[in-house]
Design a protein around this ligand. Structure first.
Ligand SMILES: Nc1ncnc2c1ncn2[C@@H]1O[C@H](COP(=O)(O)OP(=O)(O)OP(=O)(O)O)[C@@H](O)[C@H]1O
Length: 266
C-alpha cells in the first residue's frame, strides 16, 4: 500500500496513549524507570522479558497504580491520579492477565459490570431515584447486549460464565472491556493459557475488534507468533524503560532487544 503524507488533521490528533518519563518504585524495585512511549493507534504490542514493567504500565494507565513521577495521557488527557472509573469513562477499557470474570454470573451480567464501572460515581444518586435507575439499567443492558451481538456472543448472554470454554470466556472479557465504547483497549496477555491451535483464531478476533470497534489496541503479550502476526507496531520494555519501538521485523532484529531477552534468559 502506498504511504501518504500526514495531513494537518493527523498532526493535530493526540496519541491514543502517551507515557512521559514515568517512574514507579515499589520499595527498592524500579518497576518503571523513566518510561516514555507513544501509541498513535492500530494494534501496538508491548513486549519484554519477565519483570520488564508491562503490567505495571497497564496498571498506571488504568488508574490502579499511581507513579511517583511522570505523565500518562490518553487521547491527550492526563489521567494520572484519576480513579479507575473516571479513566474508564474517558475511554479506556482493559482485560486482565488472569480472567477477572464472575463464574456464577451470566455472560451479560459480567459484561454489565464493565458498564457499571463507568457510572461508579453515580450509584448513590441512582439509588435515590429508583425509576430513573431502572430506565438507566435497561439502557445499560441494551448496550451490553449490543456489544455481545457485535461479537457474536449474544446466544450466550444468559448462560452462566462457569462451564463456558476458556476461549469463549476470553471473548466475554473483551466484550466487558468494550461495553463503554473505549477509544483505547488494553489487552493483558490475551493468549495466556490458550492452546497453541487457538491463538491464530484469537489473533483474527483481535484484528476484527480493532476494525469493527474503531479502537486503538495495546496488547501485552509473550506469544511472539501472535505479536508478529497482528501488530502494526511493537514497543519493547526492559527494566522499566522502552528500549526499542518499530515494526515487528525491526524490533526483532534489534541487537539491544536480542541482548535484553538473552540477558533475561541467562
Ligand atoms: N504490587 C507490586 N509490589 C511490589 N513489586 C511489584 C508490584 N507489581 C510489580 N512489581 C515488580 O515490578 C517489576 C515489574 O513487574 P511487572 O509485573 O510490571 O512486569 P511484567 O513485565 O508485566 O512481567 P511479566 O511478563 O512476568 O508479567 C517486577 O520486578 C515486579 O516484581
Amino acid at each position: 500500500m502506498a504511504s501518504r503524507a500526514p495531513t494537518q488533521a493527523d498532526e493535530r490528533t493526540p496519541p491514543a496513549l502517551e507515557a512521559d518519563d514515568v517512574q514507579l518504585r515499589f520499595g527498592g524495585i524500579r518497576a518503571l524507570d523513566g518510561l516514555s512511549l507513544r501509541v498513535d493507534g492500530g494494534i501496538c504490542a508491548v513486549v519484554g522479558p519477565n519483570g520488564a514493567g508491562k503490567s505495571t504500565l497497564f496498571n498506571c494507565v488504568s488508574g490502579l497504580y499511581r507513579p511517583q513521577r511522570g505523565a500518562v495521557r490518553v487521547n491527550g488527557t492526563d489521567v494520572l491520579g484519576l480513579p479507575p472509573h473516571r479513566i474508564s469513562a474517558l475511554g479506556v477499557g482493559r482485560t486482565f492477565q488472569n480472567l477477572a470474570l464472575f463464574p456464577r454470573l451470566s455472560v451479560i451480567e459480567n459484561v454489565l459490570l464493565g458498564a457499571y464501572q463507568r457510572h461508579a460515581d453515580g450509584l448513590v444518586a441512582c439509588a435515590l431515584h429508583l425509576r430513573r435507575q431502572r430506565r438507566h439499567e435497561r439502557r445499560l443492558r441494551a448496550e451490553a447486549y449490543e456489544v455481545l451481538e457485535r461479537l457474536e456472543l449474544a446466544d450466550l448472554a444468559e448462560h452462566d460464565a462457569s462451564g463456558l470454554p476458556f476461549s469463549v470466556l476470553k471473548r466475554v472479557e473483551i466484550a466487558r472491556a468494550l461495553v463503554n465504547g473505549p477509544r483505547l483497549l488494553l489487552l493483558d496477555e490475551p493468549a495466556a493459557g490458550l492452546p497453541h491451535g487457538q491463538v491464530d483464531e484469537l489473533g483474527g478476533y483481535i484484528s476484527a475488534v480493532r476494525r469493527d470497534f474503531d479502537v486503538a489496541i495495546v496488547l501485552v503479550e509473550h506469544h511472539m507468533g501472535l505479536v508478529m502476526s497482528i501488530s502494526d507496531r511493537v514497543i519493547v520494555l526492559n527494566l522499566g524503560r522502552c528500549i526499542a519501538a518499530g515494526t515487528a521485523d525491526e524490533v526483532s532484529a534489534d541487537p539491544t532487544v536480542i541482548e535484553a531477552y538473552l540477558g533475561a534468559a541467562r
